[in-house]
Write a protein that binds this ligand. Structure first.
Ligand code: 2BA
Length: 147
């Protein structure tokens, strides 16, 4: 049974748990997939957001999507990377969340997604909410409830 404080906790706005945009690795629309693969490999993340020059959110791109795109019959065709744009490969079907949304909404979404993008007006990218952050907060809350 949830304690009252846990119920209140679930209703908290996500604002204070967001990883802010300036700390999130991203690529831009129009970048080629060679650049995207470089950013993904250097940062170690498997998927990152795709933004435009005005920092609006357009999609997400992953290592898996890129390698899938250049998979030939019996080899990976790396030489094609510079001619394929991020826009051609990224997924536009992504989950977004508002900074006024509750922790509970983020928790529900993060069951099926490793991270969700937080957007403001006109899809302006504000940052991400990740499973790791949610797990850390849940752990804190659980330990508090045991005291
Ligand atoms: P993944 O890249 O698949 O990473 C899965 C988990 O592995 C991460 O979970 C984190 O715990 C760890 N991890 C991976 N690369 C890391 C790194 N360079 N530094 C520290 N830890 C790393 P979460 O932290 O919950 O992140 C979930 C997903 O959110 C990541 O999935 C990634 O797609 C995205 N992400 C997280 N932080 C990001 C950032 N600063 N920039 C861009 N994307 C980020």
């Amino acid at each position: 049974m949830l304690s009252v404080s846990s119920r209140d906790f679930l209703k908290l706005p996500i604002k204070e748990f967001i990883i802010p945009s300036e700390k999130v690795a991203h690529v831009q629309l129009g970048n080629n997939t060679e650049h995207a693969l470089l950013v993904l490999t250097k940062t170690g993340y498997s998927s990152i957001p795709v933004l435009d020059m005005r920092y609006r959110m357009h999609g997400m791109i992953s290592v898996q999507q890129i390698t899938d795109e250049i998979l030939g019959l019996d080899r990976i065709e790396y030489e094609r990377l510079d001619s394929i744009k991020v826009d051609e490969v990224m997924t536009r079907d992504f989950v977004k969340i508002n900074e006024r949304d509750t922790f509970q909404r983020a928790l529900d979404l993060l069951i099926n997604h490793p991270y969700v993008c937080v957007v403001g007006d006109e899809d302006t990218f504000l940052g991400i909410m990740t499973r790791r952050v949610v797990m850390k907060q849940l752990k804190k809350q659980l330990y508090l409830s045991l005291d």
